[in-house]
Design a protein around this ligand. Structure first.
Ligand code: F6P
Length: 346
């Protein structure tokens, strides 16, 4: 089998803690153990279009395990997405293929979420050798139990919920916190349980405004001075309205109780990766290199039941992994008396 000489690596989509740990896990053994040249591509797929690269060296990798964000930068560039006809539409995928060949890459390693896996798959159909690593705080990538970035986001959100309990109790208020997750409710579900949320609202479980109010009123009648409501940003809500603010307005309107809202936002994507995310990123990066050395391309590395597996990108692209209403964590939360905002089951 022909020796692998040179690989490119890029980070695309929303950033998250753990990206640098993954870059390090692919690059360090490649450089040190196998003498492979590693090219860092800036700003996701944009860097391959604009020829914006850096040489990754062992020195450059020093200290990045614990560093948040991505040393390569990222973008949401979607090369296969046609722009409006106002723009002179260069054939971006062809430019990427040309630059990939000009660089003399044996493989392109793509760290990203659903959109990135979709682009990686389409590039593989154009003849590029690609490997995908599942990255996103949303944890909504089909085929893997967990993406890196998720554990850090859940820890950050849980810490925020812990802090809201003390101020909610002091003021005997209803505290609404909106967390990220795009169309999935994984962050809300995990942080809601870990943080002791009284109500958890998920995009995947239809809620009713009146049921939320009834639950809160019943709690106040039992002398629970405060209620914590954890809201996933992707729940049903009026167009162009922020989920957390909408739910806060609904609650104060229906219960006439003091209500406040916190939109946690990008804090969930910042800072150093959790130990768990550093380990997941390291496992994914080293597994990706094994695939490359075996020339086993067109795959995404994944974790299933804590075992590293590989999934054809063809099976991943275009799918979302969403919370199921009968998920074991939903059942556990229900056992604890947590409300998901549904009509009370009589
Ligand atoms: O996919 C990660 C994520 O943080 C989502 O949870 C969130 O909805 C989205 O990115 C925000 O996108 P942007 O970073 O482009 O504002």
């Amino acid at each position: 089998m022909e020796k692998i000489k040179k690989i490119g690596i890029l980070t695309a989509g929303g950033d998250c803690p753990g990206l640098n740990a993954a870059i390090r896990a692919v690059s360090k053994p490649a450089i040190v153990k196998h003498g492979i040249e590693v090219v860092g591509i800036s700003s996701g797929f944009l860097g391959l279009i604009e020829k914006d690269y850096i040489q990754i060296t062992e020195e450059r990798l020093s200290g990045i395990l614990t560093l948040g964000g991505t040393i390569l930068g990222t973008s949401r560039e979607k090369p296969f997405k046609k722009k409006s006809f106002y723009f002179q539409e260069i054939e971006k995928p062809q430019v990427i293929k040309q630059n990939y060949e000009e660089l003399g890459l044996d493989c392109l390693v793509c760290l990203g979420g659903n959109g990135t896996m979709k682009t990686a798959y389409k590039l593989s159909k154009l003849g590029l050798n690609v490997i995908g690593l599942p990255k996103t705080i949303d944890n909504d990538i089909w085929g893997t139990d967990v993406s890196f970035g998720f554990d850090s986001a859940v820890s950050i959100a849980t810490d925020a919920i812990d802090r809201l309990h003390t101020t909610a109790n002091s003021h005997r208020r209803i505290m609404v916190i909106e967390v990220m997750g795009h169309k999935a409710g994984w962050i809300a579900l995990h942080s809601g349980i870990a943080g002791g949320g009284d109500i958890i609202l998920l995009p995947e479980i239809e809620y009713r405004e009146e049921a939320i109010a009834d639950f809160i009123i019943k709690r106040s009648e039992k002398k629970h001075g405060s209620t914590i409501v954890v809201v996933a940003e992707g729940i049903r809500k009026p167009e162009r309205m922020n989920a957390g603010r909408y739910i806060s307005n609904v609650i104060s309107g229906l219960t006439k109780m003091e209500t406040r809202v916190t939109v946690l936002g990008y804090i969930q994507r910042g800072g150093t990766p959790s130990a768990t995310d550093r380990i997941i990123a390291t496992r994914y990066g080293t597994a990706a290199l094994d695939l490359i050395l075996n020339r086993d391309f067109g795959k995404m590395v994944a974790l299933q039941n804590d075992q590293i597996v590989t999934i054809d990108l063809e099976q991943v692209e275009g799918k979302l992994k969403l919370v199921t209403p009968d998920h074991k964590l939903v059942m556990s939360a229900r056992s604890m008396g947590t409300s998901f905002g549904e009509k009370e089951r009589t």
